[in-house]
Design a protein around this ligand. Structure first.
Ligand code: ZN
Length: 126
């Protein structure tokens, strides 16, 4: 199924393709616990930026591998490049325009990232 999403002000618009039934991670790491991000990790080929390339800003910290992308205007983070799958894309479920019905929310212990990263490592591969 194809779905569209956006930031709050609408400058950034994107499209994804994902299965009807999805698993998303609710992560408790330092940045996700503050933003309430729900992670839908997909292969990069399932993502298309439709509008707003000029409005993307990037924040990094720690290892610098994750590229935390946010809208320069409204500050919302609709997607980013995750450290667990740097060749994939991590979509913020909360930024999709459509409500998906079959969502399995899984707790991810990002405070112990090194120990748990392998759980996510396959997500950008299929
Ligand atoms: Zn915005």
């Amino acid at each position: 199924m194809k779905h569209t999403g956006s930031c709050h002000c609408g400058a950034i618009k994107f499209e994804i393709e994902c299965p009807d039934e999805i698993e998303v991670e609710d992560c408790n790491c330092s940045i996700c616990s503050k933003s309430g991000y729900l992670h839908l990790i997909l292969p990069l080929s399932k993502f298309k930026l439709l509008e707003g390339v000029e409005n993307l800003s990037t924040y990094t910290f720690g290892s610098g591998i994750a590229k935390h992308i946010f809208c320069k205007t409204c500050g919302i983070k609709p997607f980013y490049t995750p450290r667990s799958n740097p060749d994939g894309i991590d979509i913020n479920l909360r930024c999709l325009d459509t409500k998906l019905s079959k969502i399995n929310i899984v707790k991810f212990d990002g405070q112990e990232w090194e120990k748990n990263a392998h759980i996510l490592a396959h997500k950008s591969k299929h």
